[in-house]
Design a binder for this molecule. Structure first.
Ligand code: SF4
Length: 99
């Protein structure tokens, strides 16, 4: 499936704390366009180029059509390690550090 990354929200980005990732793959099932397990068995984010961003704290934009899937991933992540935040002020809106 082709993802229309030009419809990114431009407002939200997502990152994963791999130190807490259990490697169960729920996120990659929900939103394979944004999350993928690497050969180390941990989940990483990726952007329009489909390249995994494996540096600690790397972010990827949240495409608007996938917002629900990304938010559900954050809510159901067993490791509580998916963080969705606003780009402009860095405030976490979904994830373990959200209000
Ligand atoms: S849902 Fe959370 S714990 Fe599971 S693979 Fe994704 S980031 Fe890791």
């Amino acid at each position: 499936m082709t993802v229309q990354h030009e419809t990114d929200t431009g407002e939200l980005e997502v990152w994963i704390d791999q130190d807490l990732c259990t490697g169960d793959g729920i996120c990659a099932q929900y939103a394979p366009e944004v999350f993928e397990l690497d050969i180390d068995g941990l989940a990483y984010v990726k952007g329009a180029d489909d390249e995994l961003r494996t540096e600690a704290g790397s972010t990827a934009p949240v495409p608007l059509p996938l917002l629900t899937e990304v938010v559900d991933s954050a809510k159901e992540c067993p490791g509580d390690c998916i963080h969705v935040r606003r780009v402009n002020d860095g405030v976490e809106v979904y994830g373990p550090d959200a209000d």
